[in-house]
Design a protein around this ligand. Structure first.
Ligand SMILES: Nc1nc2c(ncn2[C@@H]2O[C@H](COP(=O)(O)OP(=O)(O)O)[C@@H](O)[C@H]2O)c(=O)[nH]1
Ligand SMILES: [Mg+2]
Ligand SMILES: [Zn+2]
Length: 217
């Protein structure tokens, strides 16, 4: 019985995902699902990405997922960006239904991209499609280079892997090649990057990659 209930939720989530994905396509909006552990650098990454897209003249909206509070949404709002804080009240991932409820808060016609910061964890956010076109998994150097092996689904299901905090590499035993090899073994199509988010312009290559994906859709 237990298994049957889970399957129903997943099936239903998948239907909701497709509906959202089509709606975003019809409005020419690309949605990006940013995932990673608490503290991996998701909010910092999103702030940098917003600045890159602004330079391109693109309009971005953000959905900030957190179990509680609105700290991250306040940081995003300071950039003059339309942002909605989603509090999951304890739930450890975002589901498509929550995005469906939030989407009417945005004027889709005026937006080019919506970036979603998922709940910080390397497990279940990977299991739920939420209407997105691209999934990006962040892994920071201090978390360790064994995380792809330990949490394979996150990296098997993502389009991009960004190693963050590359400026801290000298303080940790961390092999980029191990992480990249482990990821590519599980997902031959994954694009890999390493960034130091403290440097302005650190995401220019990531931005180019996202835009190339966007133009294809
Ligand atoms: N040194 C360094 N610190 C970073 C980098 N990216 C993020 N941080 C810091 O890591 C902490 C957590 O970042 P945050 O973006 O809030 O992570 P989140 O919990 O995944 O959203 C903050 O103090 C950031 O300033 C980076 O590339 N290098
Ligand atoms: Mg955050
Ligand atoms: Zn969860």
């Amino acid at each position: 019985m237990e298994i049957k209930i889970v399957k129903q939720i997943m099936d239903w989530n998948e239907e909701c995902h497709s509906e959202l994905n089509n709606k975003l396509d019809n409005n020419k909006v690309t949605m990006i699902n940013v995932m990673g552990s608490p503290g991996a650098g998701k909010t910092t990454f999103i702030l940098n990405l917003i600045r890159e897209f602004k330079r391109e003249g693109l309009k971005v909206g953000v959905i900030e997922g957190d179990i509680a509070g609105k700290i991250d949404a306040e940081k995003i709002a300071k950039e003059g960006i339309e942002v909605v804080q989603l509090n999951t009240d304890g739930a450890c991932h975002i589901e498509a239904e929550s995005i469906k409820n939030i989407l009417p808060s945005f004027d889709l016609k005026s937006l080019d991209l919506i970036i979603v910061e998922n709940i910080g964890n390397l497990v279940c956010p990977a299991e739920f499609n939420i209407g997105e076109h691209l999934k990006i998994a962040l892994l920071s150097v201090p978390e360790g280079d064994d995380k792809v092996e330990k949490y394979p689904l996150m990296f098997a299901n993502s389009d991009g892997l960004i190693i963050t905090k590359s400026d801290l590499k000298d303080y940790f035993e961390f092999s980029y090649s191990k992480v990249f090899d482990d990821a590519i073994k599980r997902n031959g199509k994954i694009r890999t990057f390493a960034v130091n988010s403290k440097i302005d312009g650190c995401l220019s290559e990531v931005k180019e990659w996202i835009l190339s994906k966007r133009n294809k859709s």
